[in-house]
Design a protein around this ligand. Structure first.
Ligand code: FAD
Length: 310
């Protein structure tokens, strides 16, 4: 049987996370189909069609599906779920809302936050706030899964999937969309960035935190922050990395003035290489780092920025 991937998209763009969900889906065996649901989504469907490994793009284009109303989306997937052995989404805002509802409707147990796929019913996912990983077998005929996109490589291009329109029977929803507040930024998406530069509360002020943004801009990185830095108002909430923030798995994570509390580590332990800058050589992040620089960030970061500017 085939695998259905629920596409994440915004403002006419298919998310980078969806391309990673497609490569996760390909590991399950069977044809990969992508569901693009929303209003005026022809451009998104075209982007999904071009992904390598996608056999079909199901398009549910209806004004009532604008702004991803979860009840309508859940109902829509419910009507086509019978054709699929696996229904897979991203462990993000929409997936976390829709997939458990869908699983409840289908009477099955969802498997969430998957970081590795070992077989059609065998998965790895973090437990205890990322301090351990469990391997589990889900002995069900059908699976509803959410994946941590950053744990999977993006699917390539060069596909030419068939487009299929999906009829929408019921768009009734008790929830009402009020507004979307988007962060305006040219920086890469934090959850799928190859490099992340994060700052901690040691930055001391919102103005000083701009050093982290400048450094990130110079190396093409996304900006992250600790919860202490966010709580202090130095960085916006959606930059928070950790147990109660975002989970990142970049090739390179640069943590500046960050102690490396377990709750922060829960969001960045998947990084391939870690660099830490801290005055305290004994801090957990310095011990964890592949490259640890013991020194004052107010000297090290400006020097790094000056060197990069050449
Ligand atoms: P600190 O721990 O205060 O560390 C600051 C570091 O900066 C120190 O290591 C210090 O040596 C260094 N430093 C100071 N001055 C300089 C200087 N001039 N140059 C260089 N280094 C310097 N935290 C998260 O980050 N993400 C989460 O998602 C998260 N979720 C949480 C959930 C719960 C339920 C709880 C209880 C806590 C959570 N926390 C989270 C908070 C976490 O426990 C830590 O308090 C937080 O990560 C600490 O942030 P920090 O490293 O910026 O600050």
């Amino acid at each position: 049987m085939s695998v259905l991937v629920l596409a994440d998209h915004d403002l006419g763009n298919l998310s980078g996370a969806t391309t990673r969900a497609v490569s996760a889906a390909a590991q399950l065996g069977g044809e990969v189909h992508v569901l693009v649901a929303g209003s005026d989504v022809a451009a998104v469907a075209t982007q999904a069609q071009a992904l390598a490994g996608v056999a079909k793009v199901l398009v549910a284009d209806n004004d009532a599906l604008a702004d991803a109303p979860v009840e309508a989306l859940t109902g829509l997937i419910g009507t086509i779920a019978g054709d699929y052995a696996h229904i897979l989404g991203i462990a993000g805002a929409v997936g976390r809302d829709v997939l458990p509802r869908l699983a409840a409707r289908l009477g099955i147990q969802p498997v969430t936050d998957i970081t590795a796929i070992l077989g059609p019913d065998r998965f790895v996912r973090p437990v205890y706030a990322g301090n351990a990983f469990e391997t589990l077998t889900s002995p069900q005929d059908r699976q509803v899964l959410s994946v941590r996109a950053s744990s999977f490589a993006p699917a390539g291009a060069g596909g030419s999937a068939e487009l299929v329109a999906v009829p929408i029977a019921d768009t009734a929803s008790l929830a009402r969309f009020i507004a979307a507040h988007r962060t305006q930024s040219d920086a890469p998406d934090l959850q799928t960035a190859r490099i992340v530069v994060s700052g901690g509360v040691a930055l001391g002020s919102r103005d000083n935190f701009r050093m982290i943004e400048d450094l990130a801009g110079l190396v093409g990185a996304a900006v992250g922050a600790t919860r202490a830095a966010v709580d202090a108002g130095y960085a916006p909430n959606d930059w928070q990395v950790g147990q109660t923030g975002k989970v990142v798995a970049p090739d390179l994570y640069i943590g500046i003035g960050i102690s490396g509390a377990l709750q922060h580590q829960a969001g960045m332990l998947g990084a391939k290489k870690i660099v830490a800058i801290n005055t305290d050589a004994e801090s957990p992040l310095m011990k964890l780092a592949d490259y640890a620089y013991q020194g004052d960030l107010f000297e090290a970061v400006p020097a790094l920025i000056a060197a990069l500017k050449g």
